[in-house]
Write a protein that binds this ligand. Structure first.
Ligand code: FAD
Length: 387
């Protein structure tokens, strides 16, 4: 067994660490949280120049063809500095590069991937609808009806991250609403966000302000048939396939929150005095910090194990679902115990802990709720499907 990273990976981590120290200072991250509904274009461009968006895109499409582990190392540093920046980057890589790279034809890949790698285009994935996210297969109402060389989209999506800035929307819609199996009823389209008939509204939320969440309305939106990704009516099965790594990416975002909350609480525990000594000398607070580290270590190991399994062509769906839950729990424990350690200052906007406390909440139910992830883990062990 080898738990180590290669020398190149250590250098990669240092590069991203240094970038974050310079570009994502505490003050800047707090400013983004208060003032932005997506990371500023300037920062987006700098991340593109650093090569983040093209890391897992093959060289022939303008990327650098690195491994998923490499990408996760970069995301670990970025998400610890700012989970909002981590999600904004994840939209390009997990949704854009993975979905178009995995489902698109040669022409679609040649058109989109180089621009995405260069940070010139932004993407969102529009799957969830107001009728329900967990049971989206049955809740979906958005339709795409074939008319000549086009499809006409009608419907509504909700909770779509980055819909406010996306140049292209990856929209999942019913192309055969009467299909005997709902999994054979859907197709995926790349939709130019400027197409007439699209309305995007920001949803106010308590968490991760610098990556906006939106509702999107489609009213007689005409999409050229060649913008379909993959095969008609087989969009769901293929999408689930290419989105598998997203659970690992989501776990990494949670790990970032956990590490940031831990670091802030650890630092404070040495600075704050009570009864003549730093509060970090009280055993109960030491246990809080130890609890956080245990969860962080667990999540880290599971995430990188998923990377190992994936890169070696081994099944990783079970571990990816577990990683999503374990890292989410790490962020929850770190945020809640961190708030305890900060005492009254925990709830003050001037301190970062309140942001981690708000942000971790987003990770518990997205892109899949912990309850549903556990349903699936149990099902994969051979138990009857519970839903
Ligand atoms: C900030 C944010 C960003 C998001 N970004 C995106 C995005 O970019 N693109 C996108 O398409 N979607 C996005 N989502 C949607 C997200 O994937 C859904 O919120 C998620 O799938 C849950 O769906 P829901 O909110 O409708 O909850 P529901 O499906 O209504 O679930 C409500 C509760 O019921 C539980 N539940 C449901 N079924 C079962 C069952 N069988 N067993 C046990 N418990 C069950 C759930 O676990 C949950 O606790 C985002 C959501 C948020 C809030």
């Amino acid at each position: 067994m080898d738990f180590g990273f290669t020398d190149e990976q250590k250098i990669l981590r240092q590069t991203f660490k240094k970038f974050c120290e310079k570009e994502l200072t505490r003050e800047y991250v707090a400013w983004m949280d208060e003032n932005c509904d997506f990371i500023p274009d300037e920062l987006y461009k700098k991340l593109a120049d650093l090569g983040l968006f093209g890391m897992i895109i093959p060289e022939e499409y303008g990327g650098s063809g690195m491994t998923f582990t490499d990408y996760m190392i970069a995301m670990e540093e970025l998400s610890t500095a700012s989970v909002a920046a981590g999600i904004c980057a994840g939209l390009a890589v997990s949704f854009g590069a993975k979905v178009i790279g995995g489902m698109g034809n040669e022409e679609q890949r040649r058109f989109h991937l180089p621009k995405m790698a260069a940070g010139e285009t932004k993407y969102c994935l529009a799957l969830t609808e107001p009728g329900g996210g967990t049971d989206i297969i049955n809740a979906m109402k958005t339709t795409a009806v074939k008319k000549g060389d086009n499809y006409v989209l009608n419907g509504q999506k909700v909770f779509i991250s980055g819909g406010n800035v996306a140049d292209y929307m990856l929209v999942v819609a019913l192309t055969d609403p009467k299909a005997a199996k709902r999994t054979k009823a859907m197709s995926v389209f790349v939709v130019d966000a400027k197409t007439p008939g699209i309305t995007v509204n920001l949803i106010k939320k308590v968490c991760i302000h610098a990556c906006g969440t939106t509702e999107i309305f489609f009213e007689d939106v005409v999409v050229p048939a060649e913008n379909m990704l993959g095969v008609e009516n087989n969009g769901w099965n293929k999408l689930v396939d290419v989105l598998n790594p997203e659970r690992i990416g989501t776990a990494m975002l949670s790990l970032g929150i956990a590490k940031a909350a831990y670091q802030a609480a650890h630092e404070y525990s040495l600075e704050r005095y009570a009864f003549g000594k730093p509060i970090g000398s009280f055993m109960v607070l030491q246990h809080y910090l130890a609890d956080m580290l245990i969860e962080i270590e667990n999540a880290t190991n599971l995430i990188y194990k998923c990377c190992y399994l994936m890169e070696n062509g081994l099944p990783y769906h079970m571990e990816a679902a577990m990683a999503k839950i374990v890292a989410g729990r790490a962020s929850e424990i770190a945020a809640i115990k961190g708030m305890e350690i900060l005492g009254g200052y925990g709830v003050c906007m001037e301190y970062d802990l309140q942001r981690h406390f708000r942000d971790y909440k987003q990770m518990v139910f997205s892109p899949i709720s912990d309850e549903m992830a556990k349903n699936m883990i149990a099902q994969w062990t051979g138990l009857p499907k519970s839903y």
